[in-house]
Ligand binder design. Structure first.
Ligand SMILES: Cc1ncc(COP(=O)(O)O)c(C=O)c1O
Length: 410
């Protein structure tokens, strides 16, 4: 069931807390696309941030074997020991961060890691500083938990990186967390070492702040760029940093619902307490799958990365020359975030006035059957987010339809 919009007539039966819980706009756009598909329209959806690849078969085999071996009991709250050891090795060799086992926990994805961490730490009116454009779940969760999101605008002319001076301007004595996300959803930006070092310099001034580093796209970095973990660049801040990662993107495993974090033992313990009362921990079979992926997944990741890179170049080449578009080459993740300022105020062939990126996305869907997410969903307009985690032929067709739509604007 995808439709999670609430029946407002049932509202009195729901908690007042639910009034603060929004549906991510990315899901709303996919739902619109599905409605058109069910009417027989040939919709191409570039709206969801989901790898199109299948989970590597050796990962599936490891899960099957785990189930056959009887690994089907309740798992330890913080994760299966051998998986935690594999995560420890991963952090050490790939990220140059040494986490002890009591500094590591496994959960049902980075989403649950974030939810655990915020639930464990946020009091009413606490502020969480987020990069904007942002992954939709960050502000939604913050508001649901009674906190206030505060946005640092990451401008296109700075390649959508967060500038240290802009971060400093948004920190107050109410700030509880600063969230960093590189490679970034929705922009595909990869923040440089200099950018992160400058951010670390600011964070040193504010010892009351936790730092959430969402590194879920770390393996998809292009053009000889590197991914840097803040906890490695600024080891003096490590005890305040939560480094989050997961299997969904790296190993094409979003449905397995498994992710993990490294953080100081007191935060991990608090998060475990929450997890023990909500999900009891991540699915045991998925944990076996993640362990196999972390241990033997390098080749599969490289293949996916090469495919993403080819697609990125193709789509960017088309979008960057469209009239009214700006499209910096993103260096990571699997998204493009073109600006469409030059299309605002125009009218589509179907007679729709394009006053906002919402209207652009709506008209593109209705007239060309291509689903993309408007920048408004990520707090940064007028832009569009396109996911290129789709087959190359599908992407070619999508680009062709987008180009026709734009060229027909008047
Ligand atoms: C930046 C970012 N963090 C976290 C997630 C969710 O990850 P998971 O599937 O591990 O819950 C996503 C998914 O789109 C994401 O884009």
């Amino acid at each position: 069931m995808d439709d999670i919009e609430m029946d407002t007539t049932a509202f009195p039966l729901l908690s007042s807390r639910m009034k603060n819980l929004e549906t991510p706009a990315t899901i709303a756009m996919s739902m619109r696309a599905r409605a058109l598909i069910s009417q027989g329209k040939k919709v191409i959806s570039l709206a969801l941030g989901e790898p199109d690849f299948k989970t590597p078969s050796f990962v599936i085999d490891a899960a099957y074997q785990a189930a056959k071996d009887g690994n089907t009991k309740y798992p330890p709250i913080d994760g299966i020991h051998s998986l935690k050891k594999a995560i420890q090795r991963k952090f050490e060799y790939e990220n140059a961060i040494r986490y002890e086992l009591d500094e590591i926990m496994v959960a049902n994805g980075v989403k649950q890691i974030l939810f655990n961490a915020l639930t464990a730490t946020l009091d009413a009116e606490d502020e969480v500083v987020l990069p904007a454009p942002y992954w939709t779940s960050y502000p939604i969760m913050v508001k649901f938990l009674g906190g206030n999101p505060v946005y640092v605008m990451c401008e296109e002319q700075n390649n959508f990186a967060m500038l240290a001076k802009d971060l400093r301007a948004k920190i107050s004595n109410k700030t509880k967390w600063v969230v960093l996300n590189s490679p970034n959803n929705p922009t595909g930006a990869v923040w440089s070492k200099q950018t992160l070092l400058a951010i670390a310099e600011v964070l040193r001034e504010f010892p009351h702040i936790w730092i959430f580093c969402d590194e879920i796209y770390e393996h998809f970095v292009f053009d000889n760029q590197c991914h840097y973990s803040l906890a490695a660049l600024a080891p003096d801040l490590k005890s305040r940093i939560l480094t989050a990662n997961g299997a969904s993107k790296t190993y094409a495993m979003p449905g397995w619902r498994v992710g993990y974090a490294g953080a100081c033992p007191s935060l991990i313990k608090a998060m475990m307490k929450i997890q023990s009362n909500s999900t009891s921990g991540a699915c045991s079979v998925s944990q076996a799958a993640l362990e196999a992926a972390l241990t033997k997944g390098d080749e599969a990741v490289l293949e996916m990365k090469q495919a993403y890179n080819r697609r990125r170049q193709k789509v960017q080449a088309v979008l960057s020359v469209l009239p009214g578009f700006t499209c910096v080459a993103p260096q990571g993740a699997f998204y493009l975030y073109p600006g469409i300022k030059g299309c605002i105020g125009k009218t589509s062939k179907g007679g729709c006035l394009i006053g906002t990126d919402d209207q652009f996305a709506q008209a593109l869907l209705e007239e060309m059957y291509v689903a993309v997410v408007p920048g408004s969903a990520f707090g940064f307009s007028p832009y569009l987010r396109l996911s290129y985690a789709a087959d190359e032929h599908i992407l070619e067709e999508a680009c062709d339809r987008i180009a026709r739509f734009v060229l027909q604007l008047s």
